[in-house]
Design a protein around this ligand. Structure first.
Ligand code: CXF
Ligand code: ZN
Length: 365
């Protein structure tokens, strides 16, 4: 057992940085010395109950660190390897993994909040603490399934690399893998958080001609421009759908929803031209539904798609994104707008709610 600080959601709307214990890795697991953890809206969704996870739970699902201990049977990693963590363990053996859909691997589906074998590694006294997405990496250490880790080059700064574990993979992947944006396309992105900004970067990489960013916060729209948006719309003071139609001559080719709000999902669908593609990336509430006109879907010939984890194969796509970063094509430096210590994690969440950052990142010694 090792003691460590971790950010724990104890009950709905109640978080605390606490000292807890973490056990050694078991068969097929790794202990990671965390170096950086991004703060994501999905962590907030666990805190406020939108994502119903068993509590108490160590938050964190977007992280990077260094392998410090190998569990029995682990041969694919060495101590000292640098890794980015994937929030879906991909076993490589199930039906979905065999069909190039590792983002839908079900290896952990019966042990949510625990490790894949259904037991915990994190303890507060005798009490078992859950972890988010088999990671719980908003902590000084994390014990994770080896199939949740992807080795990366040691010369990549880990605070930048961490973002590839969620926001950047989800966003760039939605643009490139899910929507398959083609050069010269017109694109609209609703919501300019870490995922929306990454969709904008993905659209830029795919050669989109117009990239229209929509948000309620003007500082987010300024950030959107710096990552590649060519026009911006403040959805609080303008009718976004009308303006997108005006800017694109009747609707854009691709539109993305990156917030998780049904009304915005509907606007995303309305924003695309006939035959265009609307992609929902935002994670909404289980209790809410979006409305589609029953006549319109067929007559408009539009495609409506969901996108989970950027339709990624983490083992292949994480290194690709990091190579784009190293070659100056993907801007991760400006995505990390503020770093915090683990003790400052509650402040980092406040800043996220107040739209302060492109991404806030917790860094560890
Ligand atoms: C989420 C999706 C639901 C599980 C946690 C991660 N994606 C992005 O934050
Ligand atoms: Zn996330």
């Amino acid at each position: 057992m090792k003691t460590m600080k971790a950010l724990i959601a104890n009950e709905i709307d109640s978080i605390a940085v606490e000292e807890v214990s973490i056990a050694s890795p078991k068969v097929g697991e790794l202990r990671i010395k965390m170096k950086a953890t991004g703060i994501c809206h999905s962590d907030l969704s666990v805190i406020n109950g939108v994502l119903p996870l068993p509590l108490p739970c160590v938050l964190g699902h977007e992280g990077a660190g260094i392998v410090e201990e190998l569990g029995e049977g682990v041969t694919q990693f060495e101590i000292g390897d640098h890794v980015v963590l994937s929030f879906v363990p991909s076993c490589g053996e199930c039906n979905d993994c065999h069909h190039q859909r590792p983002q839908f691997c079900t290896s952990g589906s019966t042990s949510y909040g625990k490790m894949i074998d259904g037991t915990s590694r994190v303890f507060r006294g005798d009490e078992e603490i859950n972890v988010m997405q088999f990671l719980g990496c908003m902590a000084e250490y994390a014990v994770v399934p080896a199939i949740s880790a992807v080795r990366i080059n040691k010369d990549i700064p880990l605070d930048k690399a961490a973002l590839v574990g969620c926001a950047v993979m989800t966003g760039v992947g939605a643009a490139i893998n899910t929507a398959k944006i083609t050069p010269g396309s017109t694109v609209a992105v609703f919501g300019c958080g870490g995922i929306g900004l990454s969709i904008i970067q993905g659209a830029r990489l795919a050669g989109a001609d117009k990239i229209i960013a929509i948000d309620l916060a003007d500082n987010k729209l300024d950030m959107a421009k710096s990552f590649g948006a060519t026009e911006t719309i403040n959805g609080g003071s303008e009718n976004a759908v009308e303006k997108i139609h005006a800017l694109t001559g009747g609707g854009c080719d691709f539109a993305f929803e990156a917030v998780g709000i049904p009304a915005l999902m509907e606007q995303t669908y309305e924003a695309v031209r006939r035959g265009g593609t609307a992609v929902v990336v935002g994670v909404g509430k289980m209790t809410e539904n979006m409305n589609l006109n029953a006549l319109g879907l067929s007559l408009s010939g539009k495609t409506l798609k969901g996108s989970f984890y950027g339709d990624a194969n983490p083992a292949v796509d994480f290194p690709k994104l990091l190579s784009l970063y190293q070659n100056g094509k993907l801007n991760l430096d400006d995505m990390v707008s503020t770093t915090y210590s683990i003790d400052e994690a509650p402040k980092a969440f406040e800043d996220m709610v107040n739209n302060v950052n492109a991404r806030g990142v917790i860094v560890y010694d």
